[in-house]
Design a protein around this ligand. Structure first.
Ligand SMILES: Cc1cc2nc3c(=O)[nH]c(=O)nc-3n(C[C@H](O)[C@H](O)[C@H](O)COP(=O)(O)OP(=O)(O)OC[C@H]3O[C@@H](n4cnc5c(N)ncnc54)[C@H](O)[C@@H]3O)c2cc1C
Length: 503
């Protein structure tokens, strides 16, 4: 019997571990509801809800090949030991996971257990992340090599093992882990490979035409971005599937053009841009793979002590979390995120930058809140990005976003703002970016009195901006910072040469 341990790879297609197992014998699928993982500070009921939806579809699809998906709950080693006592299985297959500290420690414990029991645990790469990477040079070429083979189909010879006597769990819910209810349930994306494929297809054929221009505004991004991120995070789609689908689409467009048919040229740049981002996906995950400590500590050690991790300003933090900062663009984003589980890149960067520079909060607590809220929470991308937007990577250009400017640039008519901040619904466009500048009479007239119906800003942007600039500028002048920057660039920095994508 070949045991396939499903983790963040909840699909049947393009699945190396499943293909290898199917080639060796009858397969038993295993999913573990792990109390440690589900009780983690970065875990939310929305993640469990999405995973359960993926599992339901996977279960159904595996059943068509008589393969059972056994669900069990508990500590991974205990679950494996119990299964081993029942079946004496000797091979375990799974994907290589680049997860958080909890899953990293768990994997080490499973390695030790497997060794002790003589079980051979084989892990297979499912992204472009390279395990035990020696140096970053040439990484982009390796990524391309990994991505070049076409995605695998249904594993040849896939069939099951008679596992009727093995007791399993039914579906575990948020309540089972003492999690608060999923606030995004009505509006978030649904899990499962079919939803993933439909989302990708609609992006490639309809929604993605204005991708490059429309990805930055929260008014257009919900439709114009691919929205494949939660499917990639949970492995309902593979990076390679997305990449090949977009390469095929681009090729198709070029063929139409060569035949003299009219095509919208924006599609070509959309596809290129999308392909580049799929490479970033792996590029950022590689950083955590190479240095797991960045989940908890600064990339640049010269930033240690810059902000106090353990004495956060709780009031400011709560106002930020709940969308009560008095800055409409921040507040609308935070409320939209809670309700839908998603934000586009620029708005993610802005809310993180606001927490870091305006409120001077250490990135860890805000990062944990965002991790819980993002349906697509992917530790490698997330912690690298949180640190990047906080200025602690030591190598990236510092970007302090002005929420006022972002509103004027990205939502001048206040469509997004009014959707998520009904208290500002009647505020005239000219005052939306800075409602506190509205004359008292106007406030009465439009039913939005600042300080009563909508908060006074919790921080003054120009003052906070100046303070942040001075601190960061001062820090970056230090020799320690420069030394750290060289080390980080060597270990993690992207190399300009060799970053070509698909033709
Ligand atoms: C503070 C912060 C935290 C973030 N946390 C996450 C996270 O936990 N999980 C996550 O998937 N993305 C994260 N991102 C990156 C990015 O915002 C999301 O990938 C993107 O918004 C997802 O929507 P999409 O699938 O429509 O993206 P698209 O723009 O359509 O891009 C397609 C795919 O490319 C990858 N991608 C896009 N942008 C980036 C990027 N900047 N870095 C790395 N990969 C990228 C993602 O896999 C994405 O699904 C974060 C960004 C910031 C600023």
């Amino acid at each position: 019997m070949e045991v396939v341990w499903f983790k963040k790879d909840l699909r049947l297609l393009d699945h190396a571990a499943l293909a290898a197992a199917a080639g060796l014998g009858p397969v038993l699928g295993l999913w573990i509801y792990e109390d440690d993982v589900m009780g983690g500070e970065d875990f939310d009921a929305r993640h469990l809800g999405f995973a359960n939806e993926c599992l339901a579809e996977l279960d159904e699809r595996l059943a068509a090949y008589d393969v059972r998906l056994l669900r069990r709950r508990g500590d991974a080693v205990a679950v494996f030991e119990e299964l081993w006592q029942q079946t004496h299985f000797c091979r375990l297959h799974s994907h290589q996971e680049t997860g958080n500290a909890i899953t990293y420690r768990r994997d080490l414990a499973v390695i030790a257990w497997a060794r002790q029991r003589g079980v051979h645990w084989q892990e297979y790469a499912q992204t472009g992340v390279v395990r035990k990477l020696q140096k970053r040079d040439g990484w982009a070429e390796r990524w391309l090599q990994r991505m070049t083979p076409p995605p695998r189909g249904i594993p040849h010879g896939l069939h099951g093992f008679n596992a009727a006597n093995l007791a399993g769990e039914s579906v575990c819910t948020a309540q089972d882990f003492g999690l608060s209810p999923d606030l995004s349930e009505p509006l978030r994306q649904r899990g499962g490979s079919s939803c993933g494929h439909a989302t990708l297809e609609r992006f490639l054929q309809e929604r993605g035409v204005g991708y490059t221009k429309e990805m930055s505004s929260p008014v257009t991004a919900w439709e114009a971005c691919s929205r494949v991120s939660p499917y990639l995070t949970w492995g309902a789609l593979s990076v390679r599937q997305c990449l090949h689908a977009s390469v095929d689409r681009r090729r198709n467009l070029l063929e139409q053009k060569a035949l003299g048919q009219r095509i919208d040229a924006r599609w070509l740049s959309s596809m290129k841009s999308f392909q580049g981002r799929l490479r970033w996906h792996c590029h950022f995950m590689q950083k955590l793979e190479d240095e797991p400590a960045i989940e908890h500590r600064n990339f640049s050690r010269s930033c240690d002590g810059l902000r106090n991790e353990f004495h956060s300003d709780v009031e400011s933090f709560n106002a930020w979390k709940e969308g009560r900062t008095g800055y409409p663009m921040i507040d609308a984003c935070m409320r939209a995120l809670t309700a839908t589980g998603w934000l586009n890149f620029r708005m993610r960067a802005m809310v993180m930058s606001f927490a870091s520079y305006h409120l001077w909060l250490h990135w860890r607590e805000p990062g944990l809140h965002l991790a819980r809220m993002f349906l697509d929470y992917e530790p490698g991308i997330h912690w690298s990005q949180c640190q990047m937007q906080s200025g602690t990577t030591g190598i990236n250009t510092l970007r302090v976003y002005s929420p006022t400017k972002q509103l004027l640039d990205q939502d001048p008519q206040g469509k997004f703002i009014r959707q998520w901040l009904p208290e500002l619904a009647q505020v005239p466009d000219v005052y939306l970016a800075e409602p506190w500048n509205m004359p008292a009479l106007e406030q009465q007239f439009c039913g939005c009195v600042i300080g009563r119906d909508y908060p006074v800003p919790i921080v003054d942007h120009p003052t906070a901006y100046r303070h942040a600039q001075e601190k960061m500028h001062h820090l970056r002048q230090h020799n320690d910072s420069k030394r750290e920057a060289r080390r980080i660039q060597k270990k993690h920095g992207s190399r300009k040469q060799g970053t070509k994508t698909w033709r």
